[in-house]
Design a protein around this ligand. Structure first.
Ligand code: PMV
Length: 319
């Protein structure tokens, strides 16, 4: 129980998977079919504040705007809090502010659920260990399990039925020169969310049967590449991993293609730049935008080739 007036603040970074999570073995608990590995985006993410509501009902704010409790976002947030609050009659106010440049077109569910999990832990004074919080954040959104940590993070698929070992862990690896470019190429187009996208792929794509083994191999190769700070090996494996995931989506029925014409055009620009000798690689998630992987030493050439990348779109995960 909390004392009146208690307020809890938390922050969690957004993350980009280098080895993707695609497919659930348990839909209720959000248990993944494969392990994944990501890089967190430092100061880019979600700030969440949880406090008691003085309005006699729950209140959910997103980017300082009060939402209807019937909106999909508010329902998800309140549904998640309900998993933890013992007294369902104690209404709360939740405020989430995302500082991810809207121009980057990044999803914010990972950082949002991770920050909310941390805020819940503080507000209700659970004082749980980070790996447990990671497992709880996973139930809000799988990729949120990885946003509990900065740096390179591995989400173990786990084997327990209750899912408590399906949590993420920060890898003791740093790469100060590593850079991510958030390249927004298309807007609009209401997309299929990752939950239904995964379900469709797992149920209808024959190609999906090859995915779990490839992801397991890629994860090992990516970890080794990070240890050796080998951008070519990391980039090649991460790019092939992302495109293989997209291949399983395209092979679903009905087909699931997150790419827009602008996405494909940008992919060709990345490949041309690479052919000209600049080590730059791409990865993509359940949307039309690209994330570029490169090193600080090549930043000028990447900026020249992609003038639409402004300062805020280039992330240095290790400061
Ligand atoms: O956990 P979700 O619903 O955010 O799904 C994440 C799916 C991908 O972004 C495509 C891959 C990943 O590992 O982040």
């Amino acid at each position: 129980t909390t004392e009146p007036g208690t307020k809890a603040d938390a922050f969690a970074p957004s993350n980009i998977a280098l080895c993707k999570y695609w497919g659930k073995r348990d839909v209720e608990l959000n248990l993944p079919i494969n392990a994944s590995l990501s890089i967190s985006l430092g100061e880019l993410g979600s700030h969440t504040t949880l406090s008691e509501s003085d309005r006699g009902q729950d209140q959910v704010y997103l980017n300082n705007e009060l939402l209807s409790l019937d909106s999909p976002f508010a329902r998800k947030v309140i549904g998640f809090i309900d998993l933890f609050r013992r007294d369902l009659k104690q209404p709360v106010q939740v405020r989430t502010v995302n500082n991810i440049p809207t121009a980057a077109g990044l999803a914010s569910s990972a950082s949002g659920f991770a920050a909310l999990t941390l805020a819940i832990d503080k507000f209700y004074r659970f004082d749980l260990a980070l790996d447990h919080l990671s497992a709880f954040a996973r139930m809000g959104s799988g990729s949120a399990s990885r946003s509990l940590y900065q740096g390179f993070v591995e989400w173990h698929k786990g084997s327990r039925e209750d899912g408590m070992d399906s949590c993420a862990e920060r890898l003791a690896l740093e790469w100060p020169g590593f850079r991510i470019g958030l390249l927004k190429v298309a807007t609009g187009e209401k997309k299929v969310d990752s939950r239904s996208g995964m379900q469709r792929t797992v149920e209808s794509a024959a190609l999906y049967s090859a995915w779990p083994q490839q992801a397991a191999n890629d994860l090992v190769a990516i970890k080794r590449a990070i240890q050796q700070q080998d951008l070519e090996c990391l980039g090649q494996t991460a790019e092939q991993n992302a495109l293989s995931m997209h291949a399983t989506m395209i092979a679903s029925w009905p087909p699931l293609l997150y790419w827009q014409p602008e996405s494909v055009a940008a992919m060709h620009r990345v490949w041309e730049l690479r052919a000209s000798g600049v080590p730059v690689y791409l990865t993509m998630d359940a949307g039309p935008n690209l994330k570029l992987l490169f090193q600080h030493a090549d930043e000028m050439q990447v900026r020249d080739a992609f003038p639409e990348l402004v300062d805020a779109d280039i992330v240095a995960p290790f400061g």
